[in-house]
Design a protein around this ligand. Structure first.
Ligand code: NAD
Length: 332
């Protein structure tokens, strides 16, 4: 029996959480869900977007499945996702984007895995007012230690999964110290993996290359903010945000979540695509070495994607979250 912390999250979070736990239970996953709260609903109900009980549970069990959390735009509390990644030193955010069967997208045979540095960079919101309302500054932090952790994770993943190439993405022509350091560490780490091809690309060129010819990429490693943006782009390459899972991995803790956010525009309508969150849960099962179970669920999902009458509208379906869930359960 695996004890897993479960945070349903905000917006579409509870709907896709219900779907995923139903499918995992039906498939016979031996999981004891430890239910916790975080995000906007926790802020509204408990006055704290990241309650101590949630932190304590992750401290104890070291593994969680987390739905998307809303972060207010402009003002309000800072990102709970960022706080959790920092708190548990979840240095590598792994975001695969793979063409799925029966999904209409602009490309075929995309199969890339993005490693996003997850604890520093410009993304962590280290900001200050120099002069209130007229001059703000944001600080990007890059350290050798955190850079090496994510870059080495990317190479180790490539080695383990027999992948051929690692592409490091940066902006070291302009950000000479921060991205320069990230790139320097990349060149050093690459020397330990002579059998894996290594290249680096400047992020603006990378964005164009991904749209022109995504098949040229295999494993990608980049800093936090670039990884945030480029992983949504890679989701778009394979059919959208409803289809891509993710894992936040540290040395001794892991939190699995979808790439997408809380999608407030479709929350409560029973049309959220649960596939992304389900693929995150399959990454969790693989992390627990439950590979056969993960494979069986994946095959049931692939099979179900052919039946557009049960699929959600984002992937050209006329079904719903619950119809898709029921169909996967019966196809298992
Ligand atoms: P979003 O990812 O929530 O939504 C972007 C678009 O994709 C929307 O049109 C949405 O309807 C669609 N979409 C996303 N997931 C979908 C799914 N499973 N099925 C069908 N359609 C789906 O991005 P946003 O609207 O920019 O952000 C909303 C909130 O989510 C913000 O508060 C943001 O901070 C938060 N967010 C959280 C996380 C996280 O918890 N890891 C990640 C990204 C954004």
């Amino acid at each position: 029996m695996h004890d897993i912390v479960l945070i349903p999250g905000d917006g579409i979070g509870p709907e896709i959480t219900e779907s995923v736990t139903t499918i995992l239970d039906k498939a016979g996953a031996d999981i004891n869900w430890i239910r916790c709260t975080a995000g906007l609903n926790a802020q509204e109900e408990l006055g704290n977007p990241l309650p101590d009980e949630t932190i304590d549970a992750i401290e104890k069990y070291r593994i969680a499945l987390k739905g998307p959390l809303t972060t207010p735009v402009g003002a309000g509390f800072r990102s709970v996702n960022v706080a959790m990644r920092k708190k548990f030193d979840l240095h590598s955010n792994i975001r695969p984007a793979k063409t799925l069967p029966h999904i209409h997208s602009r490309y075929e045979d995309v199969d890339l895995v993005m490693f996003r540095e997850n604890t520093e960079g410009l993304y962590i919101g280290k900001e200050k007012w120099v002069k209130e309302d007229s001059h703000a500054e944001s600080i990007a932090v890059v350290t050798r230690d955190a850079s090496e952790k994510v870059i080495r994770s990317a190479f180790e993943y490539a080695k383990k999964k027999n992948r051929n190439k690692v592409t490091l993405v940066h902006k070291a022509n302009i950000l000479k110290y921060t991205c320069g350091l990230f790139m320097e560490v990349g060149e050093e780490v690459a020397q330990d993996y002579p059998d894996i091809e290594y290249e680096d690309l400047i992020v603006d060129n990378m964005a164009m290359q991904m749209v022109l010819n995504p098949k040229q990429f295999d494993v990608i490693v980049t800093t936090n903010l670039f990884g945030d943006i480029l992983s949504d782009l890679s989701s778009g390459l394979v059919g959208g945000l409803g289809l891509t899972g993710a894992a936040n991995i540290g040395d001794d803790a892991a939190i699995f979540e979808a790439v997408h956010g809380s999608a407030p525009d479709i929350a409560g309508q029973n049309i959220a695509n649960p596939v992304a969150f389900l693929l995150s849960a399959l990454m969790l099962l693989e992390h627990l070495d439950e590979n056969n179970l993960a494979d069986r669920i994946r095959q049931a999902v692939y099979y179900t994607l052919e039946n557009k009458s049960v699929c959600t509208p984002d992937i050209d379906g006329s079904g719903s979250t619950t119809k898709f869930t029921e169909a996967v359960c019966s196809n298992l």
